[in-house]
Design a binder for this molecule. Structure first.
Ligand code: ASP
Length: 360
């Protein structure tokens, strides 16, 4: 029979006698696999349903305490970045969040990863923004929940523990910003909230999950190949304000005056959530011409939920200002908006912006 090595015995006793946080049950106080210190993982809590307890939102500290057995995987640190619904986060807060994450990784080489809690409604937008602006290949994991802490079957603590495990996992490095809910790991670029209420709402449609978080280990099956995080050219360290970019939905008989109003209100870019592979409706074409006459970029994406808008579309080539017409490739309209905002912080050259849409 295999004998227990003394180092394992010491770790077992330490885990049993000194649980760092909350009540460690006998099942959760299992020993670590090696004598090296637990990975340090920091939580930045921003709010959302995961902390939306009736009678008062959970704080970052309470979220940490909600996870029995966390000490098996990580040395947690935490901070309250915000405590609001995801859709209430401002673009200024996005910039601050990216800068805070970059600062934490820079100042603390010992930090293994960061977990960000977020409401689920616009979680994929925040996650993709971070995917393009975090300057580290260490994992940043965005986590939320569909049920609040006062609801039977609250899955927030389980999702958060999964998020900590993914952030502490060395194999998570270099995979861009990750979204973890429902025991699944998705790429921030690919994932979308697909259902208003169901727990399995976050899906990467054609692409599928990057991996899963199982009881025994974090498992990866693939990695994204698009540019992100450390390979990204975007730098928000000194940006005070992102340029205004609006999204326009195509629907039967839609009017182009809304596009004109956006341009008049200062939009520097418009993303069209087109029908199918680029079609607009009603008088939207006139609105797009108005935008072009004012030097405003128009990015065509699709409202279908998946699929690609090719960069050499005949309609763009036929346009009088093809350099202002960009194809979103396979980016969802809300993500195309984020990439266009960041692209416009670097260039006004349409060919350059199109290059970015083929790379990120
Ligand atoms: N309204 C919430 C939010 O996005 C929804 C959620 O967290 O699931 O903040």
């Amino acid at each position: 029979m295999r004998r227990t090595r003394p180092v394992h015995l010491i770790l077992l006793l330490t885990a049993l006698l000194c649980p760092r946080l909350g009540e460690a049950s006998p099942q959760t106080a299992a020993p670590a696999q090696s004598a090296s210190p637990m990975p340090k993982v920091r939580l930045l809590a921003t709010g959302g349903t995961i902390s939306n307890r009736a009678g008062g939102r959970l704080s970052a500290e309470e979220l940490i305490r909600s996870m029995p057995g966390l000490e098996r995987y990580a040395r947690p640190k935490f901070e309250q970045f915000a405590n609001v619904a995801s859709s209430q986060l401002t673009l200024k807060q996005w910039l601050d969040l990216a800068r805070r994450i970059n600062g934490l990784f820079k100042d603390d080489p010992d930090l293994s990863g960061i977990v960000v809690t977020s409401g689920t409604d616009t979680l994929e937008e925040t996650a993709y923004f971070l995917d393009l602006t975090v300057k580290s290949d260490k994992p940043v994991v965005v986590v939320g929940s569909m049920r609040n802490p006062s609801t039977l079957g609250y899955e927030g603590a389980a999702n958060l523990l999964d998020g900590f495990r993914v952030a502490a996992e060395p194999a998570s490095r270099g995979k861009g910003v990750l979204v973890v809910l429902n025991d699944e790991i998705n790429s921030a670029r690919e994932v979308t909230k697909t259902d208003a209420l169901r727990l399995h709402t976050f899906q990467s449609r054609d692409y599928g999950v990057l991996g899963v978080v199982d009881a025994d280990r974090v498992v990866y099956y693939r990695a994204p190949v698009t540019r992100h995080t450390k390979e990204s050219e975007f730098d928000v360290s000194s940006i005070e304000e992102l340029p205004r970019v609006d999204v326009v939905l195509v629907y039967q008989g839609a009017t182009g005056d809304i596009i004109k109003a956006m341009v008049d209100q200062g939009a520097k870019g418009i993303v069209i959530a087109s029908a199918g592979a680029g079609a607009t409706s009603g008088t939207q074409g006139e609105g797009m011409q108005y935008a072009a006459a004012k030097g405003v970029f128009v990015v065509t994406s699709t409202r279908t939920g998946s699929g690609r808008i090719a960069s050499r579309r005949p309609s763009a080539m036929a346009s009088a200002t093809p350099q202002l017409r960009i194809a979103a490739e396979d980016l969802a309209p809300v993500k195309a908006r984020i990439l266009l905002m960041l692209a416009l912080t670097r260039t006004k050259d349409g060919a350059e912006i199109q290059r970015m849409f083929t790379q990120y």
